[in-house]
Design a protein around this ligand. Structure first.
Ligand code: SF4
Ligand code: SF4
Length: 119
């Protein structure tokens, strides 16, 4: 039995400001959208403190999330072409955020409750 369920989570992990991409990730994105690698790099990524990261979009829940998140359905729109870090996350059997979410929901007695702060 899995200890976290992404379908019941508003995709907290996609709100990380530094979703790092490497060359392979950008090449995969370019292929997926059928554009040149340079175009993909410019359109989908930016450099923050020397690191190439995915661009963001505004979001009601977390303020800002990855540009590829469907903010209504709360799921990745490029699932098969998503970067390696998204593929690997979370790399443990548990997701810390999901544990927190479940605990808050039990406290609130509300299955769909979304806490807005998380530290
Ligand atoms: S924060 Fe955890 S439970 Fe939520 S979508 Fe990401 S991996 Fe899944
Ligand atoms: S590429 Fe997909 S899985 Fe990765 S952060 Fe963006 S929306 Fe989330």
């Amino acid at each position: 039995m899995g200890s976290y369920d992404c379908t019941k989570c508003p995709a907290y992990c996609c709100s990380y400001t530094r979703i790092i991409v490497n060359k392979r990730d950008v090449t995969r994105l370019a292929k997926h959208f059928d554009v040149d690698v340079e175009v993909a790099q410019k359109r989908f990524t930016k450099v923050v403190e020397g690191e190439q990261v995915l661009r963001h979009q505004k979001d009601k829940i977390y303020g800002s999330v990855c540009m590829f998140l469907d903010i209504k359905e709360r799921r990745c729109t490029i699932y098969n072409a998503r970067p390696g870090v998204c593929h690997e996350y979370p790399d443990f059997k548990r997701c810390g955020y999901y544990d927190f979410l479940k605990w808050e929901r039990t406290q609130q007695g509300d299955e769909k409750f979304i806490p807005l702060t998380w530290k």
